[in-house]
Design a protein around this ligand. Structure first.
Ligand SMILES: C[S@@+](CC[C@H](N)C(=O)[O-])C[C@H]1O[C@@H](n2cnc3c(N)ncnc32)[C@H](O)[C@@H]1O
Length: 295
């Protein structure tokens, strides 16, 4: 197998500390990516414990399969959306699980892919994690109206130059369609007065990705179905990288705790330590929240 870009899993010790309770047990890594967290989870559990890994990204799953080959039947990988976790589990005859991990956002593998996630790359604007997304980033950038574009950049990227950027995009695409990530990056950069372009670039690209993959909608749906799948002492851990995601997690966990059946394991979100942030810049905005099912 050719060597591909890997992804360094975030807050591994913290995830293991909060996620693992029952052993033997069945765990779901609902965003398995390249299998970084799954590998650590499997290594810290006894040999009867299993992990079911889900991801939308078929290419990532291929790499995960290779990375996790030493665990044999203890790991099962499934291409799918984590909102469908109940259905996926029932296909394997599993009714209840002991822990679910959601490590949101995108992996370094995807950022380095040719799907247009990075404003530093020159690849076709796509940004879909996998099958099922209604629009690609190309469709959004070339077909959506100015107001809609501006709303996407403002809502999902909190970009204050959203209107100027949307206006420039619409003016530019009248001449020819915007095909690649670097073409879009140039348009965004030229819309920003002064020197703030880098931050705007990452916010605009992030906003498009969040919209294309309906990341906030999927998170809210997942958090409505996953708690019912837990055994007593089962846990849900979520690592988020965006304030809008963290808000959804915080509110839903609060609701579950108020219902009486759940306990917050993290009163405040847990962040990576300084040395992890220095070693892995991708971790810098990570926030981990976990809850436990009492009965
Ligand atoms: C930050 S990466 C996970 C990295 C992983 N923890 C590791 O250590 O390799 C996030 C992953 O979530 C996947 N993903 C995002 N939304 C998803 C969804 N709704 N269902 C399933 N997978 C999803 C992405 O394709 C990506 O591979």
């Amino acid at each position: 197998m050719k060597k591909s870009i890997q992804h360094q899993p975030v807050m591994v010790n913290e995830v293991l500390f909060y996620l693992i309770g029952n052993d033997p047990g069945v765990y779901v890594d609902a965003t398995v990516g390249l299998g970084g967290h799954t590998k650590e989870i499997l290594s810290s559990l006894t040999s009867e414990s299993r992990v079911l890994g889900i991801d939308l990204d078929r290419a990532a799953l291929e790499t995960a399969k290779h990375n996790l080959r030493e665990y044999g039947e203890r790991v099962t990988l499934v291409e799918g959306n984590f909102v469908d976790t109940p259905k996926i589990l029932s296909r394997f005859g599993i009714a209840r699980v002991d822990g679910v991990l959601l490590d949101l956002g995108l992996s370094s593998f995807q950022l380095a892919s040719d799907r247009g996630f990075s404003y530093r790359s020159s690849s076709r604007l796509d940004m879909r994690f996998g099958k099922g997304a209604r629009y690609s980033a190309y469709d959004v950038v070339n077909r959506f109206g100015e107001k809609m574009l501006s709303d996407i950049f403002y809502r999902f990227g909190e970009e204050r130059f959203s209107r100027q950027i949307a206006k420039k995009i619409v003016a530019r695409r009248k001449r020819s369609s915007i095909e690649t990530s670097d073409e879009l990056a140039k348009i965004v950069a030229s819309s920003i007065p002064g020197r703030g372009a880098v931050k705007s670039l990452s916010r605009v690209f992030q906003a498009l990705r969040i919209f294309v993959n309906d990341e906030l909608g999927n998170l809210a749906t997942a958090l409505s179905v996953l708690p019912d799948l837990l055994n007593p002492n089962g846990r849900i851990c979520v690592i988020s990288y965006h304030s809008l995601e963290d808000r959804i997690v915080k509110r839903r966990f609060k609701e579950l705790v108020s219902s009486g059946g759940f306990l917050a394991l993290t009163e405040k979100p847990v962040s990576p330590g300084i040395s992890e942030v220095q070693e892995n810049r991708h971790s810098r905005s990570a926030k981990l929240r976990c809850i436990l099912r009492k009965v």
